[in-house]
Design a protein around this ligand. Structure first.
Ligand SMILES: O=C(O)CCC(=O)C(=O)O
Ligand SMILES: [Fe+2]
Length: 182
């Protein structure tokens, strides 16, 4: 599965990726100061994406059985950080659109990642100051953390850095209207 995901993400043409923070809108441009990854949402209709989503679905069921998290669904995008790109310190559940994110996942797809490449994920305690973990984005490594609890950032990368970032969500629908995964 990892090899298929690696081929898929490295072969995505530029036109298939959305660049965070490019465009005329002020909010969009501001965003570019915060994050510089290029992303594409996974598609259940693609066989490679579906393979990953099936694997994640088994994890979702296991987490619900053992930890009673009530995870309802999952959304994920491919992310490419080109040399120099970063993602400043943030929480993944911060606004009304993302508030139902409970558990963040990041699967790294970078064969041969020496520490000198940078691009580490830094995870902080809830106060946003105490450093808890420094994660090199090596091939097949999976980071999972509570979306509302742990501020984190991606340090500037020196090589192109590939990953799949995803979020298990709870169902915050009101009056039967389920908010769809993006
Ligand atoms: O790629 C990573 O290590 C983290 C990415 C991230 O924080 C995000 O996409 O929200
Ligand atoms: Fe994040």
């Amino acid at each position: 599965m990892l090899d298929a995901l690696f081929i898929r993400i490295t072969q995505l043409p530029d036109a298939a990726l959305s660049r965070a923070g490019i465009g005329r809108e002020q909010a969009h441009q501001l965003n570019r100061f915060v994050r510089q990854d290029d992303t594409r949402w996974l598609e259940p209709g693609n066989a490679v994406d579906a393979g990953f989503l099936d694997w994640i679905e088994a994890i979702r069921l296991g987490l619900n059985q053992r930890l009673f998290l009530g995870l309802f669904d999952y959304e994920a995008h491919y992310a490419r950080y080109q040399p120099g790109a970063f993602y400043k310190k943030h929480l993944d559940a911060f606004d009304t659109a993302s508030r139902n994110r409970v558990l963040s996942t990041v699967l790294y797809l970078n064969p041969n990642w020496p520490a000198s490449n940078g691009g580490e994920l830094l995870l902080y305690a809830s106060d946003g100051e105490a450093l808890l973990e420094r994660v090199l984005p090596g091939f097949g490594r999976l980071a999972i953390f509570l979306s509302e609890r742990f501020p984190h950032e991606v340090l500037p990368t020196r090589a192109t850095r590939f990953s799949i970032a995803g979020w298990f969500r709870v169902n915050t629908s009101l009056q039967g209207a389920i908010d769809p995964a993006r």
